[in-house]
Design a protein. Sequence first.
Length: 529
Amino acid sequence: MKKHQNLMTQLAAGSISRRQFMEGSLALGASIASSMAMANQALAAPKSGGVFRLGLADTAASETFDPATFTSNFMYAGMFGGALNTLTELSANGDVIPELAESFESSSDAKTWIFRLRKGVEFHNGKSLDAADVITSFNHHRGDDSKSGARSLVAGIRDIRADDKNTVIFELESGNVDFPYIANDFHLSIMPAKDGKLDWANGVGTGGYVLQSYEPGIEMRLARNPNYWKPGRAHFDEVVLLAMGDVTTRQNALATGQIDAMNRVDRRTIDLFARNPRIVISEVTGTQHYTLPMNTTVTPFDNNDVRLALKFAIDRQFLLDHILMGHGRIGNDHPIAPTNRYFATDIEQRQYDPDKAKFHLKKAGVGSLEVKLHTSEAAFTGAVDAAVLYKEQATKAGILIDIVREPVDGYWDEVMLKQPWSMGYWSGRPTEDWMFSIAYAAGAPWNETHWDNPRFMELLIAARAELNQDKRRDMYREMQLLVRDEGGAIIPLYANLIDAHSDKIAHETVVGTNFELDGWKALERWWFA
């Protein structure tokens, strides 16, 4: 059934023709009648029109349209999900399918990847998409001086060249069987090339919506692209994204009809909120996890026994019950989620153990520990309460946590990658390599813990090219253990993604779990019923 659903998703997205769908469906064993019924369902045209207003949890007042620096909900939902496209797309089922690429294929060792581009695709400024735009978009993130969040993802690219104006060839340093997933990273959105550089300043893309105005940290407005190349997508006439950092403000706005959808419902009030018959709650289990990253190059976090003491001093089950209200599961200090392919089910779950925390403090030569933890509701809904609970739990281990409450506005600019110990979240990534490469690889711009482990890096490179699934699984298991036992991140919880929208909003039965709001594709995939 999943394979049929994937074919339906590709048909609805315009990635395959009706004839190709019928051939694929029949090959999977469906009858002609059922195949036709599924095709009709996939191609059933949603209604177009209306102004879609979306309330978003966090924004950055200093953010620009440079895809190398995307860090906020405006850029994820509005740009990646509305104005821009990437070479590939993750379907709602989590499968990688072509987007701006019409097709992709690799050599037998996964070191050479060939992407053939769709013909007739235009940027919002009228420029036709060609191979030079793709090459420039990827090169924008490459190089030792790059500050891009995708630098570590593209570091393994040895060369990019055009075979013709519609064909791009990537030569990798070593094989990477997950490269098509990497090509979907939101940083790697395709924008036009101009004079050999990426022309990102005006937010021009090939997506279903054209940028109209943008007030950083306040509002973004977009209008439907009348020349959008993808059939059956981008149904709203206009879209308005509104910054609403406070969850109560978002929920009140949705309840009173001021907005049509929001992300990050408050789990503490979700039962009451869901009683409103005009509100639909969307909850999915994905890869999102909450983190407390420690800078492993700064005292006292440069001592692994101190890091282990802090990991044993947190009561994960209590936080699951009282912060997530059961809407998630406990974490084990590594970022690979139970929904990931190579999640290691046999790794012992770390438990709250003040005595073990004291043991590691003693090994570190520390009788008691006093540390500052920077937090804010911008980190994740309930972050401040979680910090307070953690503080109480840690005192039993002789650890004194000084909570530094930061303002919601500017939290990501002023705290992320700057404070020695803080709180935050990751949406996670669909593959182990992707997650490890952007957040735990030595030198990665988003390596919040500044962790550098030679064995981990050796495994990271080897696992990318390993075609034997059992060997690859063993490598990722060891990497999960290394991050868990030697890394600088406390990862206490995996959190379900909980969005909400008006009952006037419609979407397909299956929604994406890779990011919030249907994989950040709500603007493209949703419509007014």
